[in-house]
Design a protein. Structure first.
Length: 403
């Protein structure tokens, strides 16, 4: 056998050569990525079909009374600036800021030399007029002087007496007295300063010598908005709190109100008398006032985070039976700060979506989740995916404040 034949036999004895092309690594990773992406897309599509998880709650019906939280301004029960009726030098101050005074107590003394001199002149004129009249009245009985002369002397006496009384009153204005019992809350002049007289035309720009306030009883000023003004009644209860006095609640009641709205603010001034025998409160303090007012009928009340403001209108997102959002136009009433009263647009049986924000659209598919009440039981979780691993709870969308 030839060598060629031997070589042919050896080639035939070798394993047959493989002609398959090797698989590239890029194709393998592409297939894996495609599988993962398809799974995620299917999961997202499933979640989209299920809807956006959203908290829902039923409107609460307000009772026969409704608490209205408003800011208040504490004022003294009485406050009086003490002006100078006549100009003069401030001779003496008997009190200073913070001092307690009684009604009629002397608080300051002015000195007006011109007024005092005029009073002395008037006193002398009165004395001579009285002496002349007494003499003429004796002489008229003896027919020594005429009745006309006697009448003239009597008229001169009366005019002198009137002028003397007038100047006595003017000199009396040198003494400034407290109009009521209270405390001095301001002093604007020092002894020796020339104090100008406060006339009728300049009293608004004049500076008082002292300011006295009655602080054993205070008035809390509250400005009630137009939507609630018609329901305010005398003796409505009020709870008043102060940040500076944590834990203390002062009870009062509506004492008076203006029965008219301010044209600029559309609010009605309401006053609450508040005893202050321990002087714990000061005029000028800021207060939080909770007014309890009666209602003609109850209204649905929803959380502020349920409100949607679009196109200058107010809506409440209602979850329909098909789990879709319907933007229901509403009319708002009293806003307590965390909840708002709906006076038109709701019946109270709706399911309200919470925290959807201001860009929510009509017909949005949602997945209702029961709202967790403060201090109440947690909402029931969705059914578990398997006995070993429960399904994750749906995420709660963040609430956006009303704009």
């Amino acid at each position: 056998m030839s060598d060629a034949e031997h070589g042919h036999v050896e080639r035939e004895g070798q394993p047959p050569a493989r002609h398959d092309r090797p698989v590239r690594p890029g194709i393998f990773f592409y297939l894996v990525l495609l599988a993962v992406t398809g799974g995620v897309a299917a999961s997202l599509a499933s979640e989209a079909d299920a809807g956006l998880p959203v908290r829902v709650a039923k409107p609460k019906m307000s009772g026969e009374s409704l608490d209205l939280l408003l800011p208040g301004d504490v004022r003294a029960d009485l406050e009086s600036p003490i002006y100078a009726k006549i100009s003069g030098y401030l001779k003496k101050l008997t009190v200073d800021k913070g001092d307690r005074v009684e009604a009629g107590q002397l608080v300051a003394v002015l000195e007006n030399p011109e007024a005092e001199q005029e009073y002395r002149t008037a006193q002398a004129s009165y004395d001579i007029a009285k002496l002349t009249d007494d003499r003429n009245q004796d002489l008229v009985r003896d027919h020594t002087v005429s009745q006309q002369a006697a009448d003239r002397s009597r008229a001169d006496l009366l005019m002198a007496q009137s002028n003397l009384q007038r100047l006595k009153i003017m000199v009396g204005y040198e003494q400034l007295r407290a109009p009521f019992a209270g405390a001095v809350i301001a002093r604007n002049f020092d002894p020796g300063v020339l104090v100008p007289a406060a006339t009728t035309s300049t009293s608004t720009s004049s500076v008082p010598v002292l300011v006295i306030a009655k602080t054993d009883r205070l008035r809390v000023y509250v400005y009630v908005p137009q939507s609630d003004a018609s329901l305010v009644r005398l003796e409505d209860p009020a709870q008043i709190t102060f940040d500076e006095l944590p834990g203390r609640v002062f009870s009062g009641q509506v004492s008076r109100f203006s029965r008219a709205l301010d044209a600029a603010t559309r609010t009605m001034l309401t006053e609450i008398d508040l005893p202050n025998s321990d002087q714990a409160l000061l005029p000028g303090m800021y207060a939080q006032v909770r007014l309890t007012r009666k209602q003609l009928r109850p209204y649905p009340t929803v959380s502020d985070e349920a409100l949607v403001f679009q196109n200058e209108k107010v809506f409440v997102p209602i979850v329909t039976a098909e789990n879709r959002i319907h933007l229901q136009p509403v009319t708002l009433g009293v806003d307590t700060g965390t909840e708002v009263q709906v006076t038109a647009g709701l019946t109270g049986d709706e399911s309200i979506a919470l925290g959807l924000g201001q860009t929510v659209s009509e017909g949005l598919k949602v997945k209702p989740v029961a709202r967790k009440e403060p201090g109440g039981p947690a909402p029931s979780a969705p059914p578990a995916a398997s006995p070993e691993r429960p399904a994750p709870a749906p995420a709660r969308p963040a609430a956006e404040p009303p704009k």
